[in-house]
Ligand binder design. Structure first.
Ligand SMILES: [Zn+2]
Length: 574
């Protein structure tokens, strides 16, 4: 029996956390069929001498719902060893959706997630209405990665209630319709149901998204529909307002966990923003207590700070000021010309004094870039490298005896791809480490596909391996790979993935543990319709294999798209 593919001479880090060993890995029919010294012939051989062979990484928190329609490779996650993603998070899904609501949906996704409306209208062939039709559409699309998806609450509520979803309590009829749709979605392959209570999630006119209008009883009912099938994950974008409000939120969420028995996922954050934020260890204790009481919960963590990202080619914090607006409306070359003019610079620097001071509200990547406050220059960093040790703009301003705005202008003129990051949450490495070390936290939460020009979390996997494993030595490679593979496969109930084992799907990543590292992000204009977005690639990954097909070699797509839809256990068993 000739194999389709053999990865020879590599060192297997199998995803379980067990120590590494040298072995060849043989693949046939999309599955791992042999591990050891393989003598059988193969159609294709990859020499992995000196390389690690690990299960492909799994990212459970993305917003690729729109992008999957126009981007078969699944960027930017695909450049970081990811082979499977979960989309439809935080209640934002593209299904179910009535034809007359499509444009409004697109505008909501623009408002919340910075996915350009023109890209969605140009890049998507909207040929679905129900969730099963959307899933079937994703099944047909060419895709290099595997995609799992939730049915999203904001979409579902709009579908069931029309514009009433934006300000009214659901009636019994609405609830029945929504619960039936959740049941139908789980039966046809949804991984679960997602919602949001986050204050940063707003419609284009600034009002709360539909899911935030729902009473908790509505959530009980919809999670209850999953509980009746004993299947499905409940993902919730948490109330992040802080203080008493967030504690009340968490207590009510505990009731959902205990009543339903379904796994619950929410984003755990450490932040100094907002009013009286509850520290990350409060959220961890809450998880431990909920599990002790009989619930099943996971906290989604990032591997670095979540940042608002600025650059000359995208947003700058000063863009809304009048003199800046005039300059920023010009073509890039002309902007650079003006920014170099001493008279113009004096005016631009002076205008910064007019900016709104930072308020008490928590700003996400959206508002922080589109409605920026006067920057705290101690918390704004030009990115010279992807590690966590760049000097702040304030420090550079002191060092060079220049106004912080001039520091930014000079660095931007020197390199128009230079990005500046303003950590919003998980600002401190110590807090992120605490989050990641907790056994119930998951290293996931790239937000890939969203905030396309505002944030860049797609490098979370390569950052974990380069920064926390290689530079800081806080995790062994085996532990870190387990976090990115088996842990996430287990939490999302993805059967047959997340380990290098015979019989498992051949989702594999071959990388050099001495070199793997994210590159600096850049701004590219490559969305449908030419809209801009942040792009971040990585070094040190030799090959990424999805369902047995070599999808990427040295960071380049091969055009072999073998990605599948990841279905929840009810549909997968049928
Ligand atoms: Zn999200």
């Amino acid at each position: 029996m000739a194999l389709d593919l053999v990865i020879k001479n590599g060192t297997v880090v199998d995803g379980s956390g067990m120590p590494r060993y040298r072995a060849d890995v043989g693949v046939k029919g999309g599955r791992i069929v042999e591990i050891g010294r393989i003598r059988a012939a193969a159609e294709r051989t990859i020499d992995a001498e000196g390389m690690i062979v690990a299960p492909g990484f799994i990212d459970g928190h993305t917003h690729m719902d729109a992008q999957v329609a126009w981007d078969p490779i699944g960027s930017c996650s695909c450049w970081h060893g990811v082979t499977s993603v979960v989309m439809g998070n935080c209640g934002f899904a593209l299904a179910p959706c009535k034809p007359e609501d499509r444009e409004w949906f697109a505008r909501c996704l623009t408002a919340v997630e910075d996915i350009p409306t023109e890209a969605m209208l140009a890049g998507i062939e909207w040929n679905w209405e129900t969730f099963p039709e959307y899933l079937a559409n994703v099944e047909r699309l060419p895709k290099a990665l595997n995609y799992g998806m939730y049915i999203g609450h904001s979409a579902l509520r709009m579908y069931a209630m029309g514009k009433r979803a934006l300000d009214q309590t659901a009636t019994e009829d609405d609830l029945r319709l929504m619960a039936d749709a959740v049941t139908e979605a789980i039966k046809c392959g949804a991984l679960g149901f997602s919602t949001s209570r986050a204050s940063t999630h707003i419609t284009p006119d600034g009002s709360p998204v539909a899911s935030r209008i729902a009473e908790w009883e509505e959530i009980d009912r919809l999670v209850g529909a999953m509980a009746a099938l004993n299947a499905g994950i409940f993902q919730i974008g948490p109330d992040i307002s802080g203080g008493e409000a967030q504690r009340v939120f968490l207590d009510r969420l505990r009731k959902v966990a205990l009543d339903s028995g379904r796994p619950i996922m929410f984003g755990t954050l450490a932040t100094r923003q907002g009013v009286a934020p509850n520290p990350w260890d409060y959220q961890m204790r809450w998880m431990d207590e909920t599990v002790a009481a009989g619930g099943r919960v996971y906290g989604q963590a990032t591997t670095r700070s979540i940042n608002a990202i600025f650059s000359l080619r995208s947003y700058l914090p000063f863009d809304t000021l009048p003199a800046w607006k005039a300059v920023r409306a010009l073509p890039l070359a002309e902007q650079k010309h003006r920014l170099a003019d001493p008279e113009v610079r004096r005016q631009l620097v002076a205008e910064e004094a007019l900016m709104k001071p930072k308020g008490a509200e928590l700003q996400g990547g959206g508002a922080a870039t589109t409605d920026p406050r006067k920057p705290d220059y101690e918390n704004l960093f030009p990115m010279f490298d992807v590690d966590w040790d760049d000097p702040s703009v304030a420090e550079l301003s002191r060092r060079h005896n220049k106004h912080p705005v001039e520091v930014i202008i000079d660095l931007a003129l020197e390199n128009d791809n230079r990005v500046f990051v303003q950590p919003l949450v998980n600002e401190s490495p110590a807090d992120v480490l605490g989050l990641l070390k907790h056994p119930r936290s998951l290293a996931t939460f790239s937000d890939s596909g969203a905030h396309v020009c505002q944030e860049m979390g797609s490098s979370l996997q390569t950052h974990l391996l380069s920064y926390w494993v290689r530079k800081r030595e806080e995790f062994t490679l085996e532990e870190a790979v387990r976090m990115l593979t088996f842990d996430n496969a287990s939490a999302w109930e993805l059967e047959g993935r997340g380990l290098v084992r015979t019989g498992y799907a051949a989702d594999l990543v071959v990388f050099d543990e001495r070199r793997i590292k994210p590159r600096l992000p850049t701004v590219e204009e490559d969305l449908p319709g030419g809209a801009r977005r942040l792009v971040q690639k990585a070094d040190g990954i030799a090959a990424t294999i999805v369902n047995g097909a070599v999808a990427f070699e040295n960071g380049e797509t091969t055009g072999d798209y073998a990605g599948q839809v990841l279905k929840g256990p009810v549909a997968a068993r049928r």
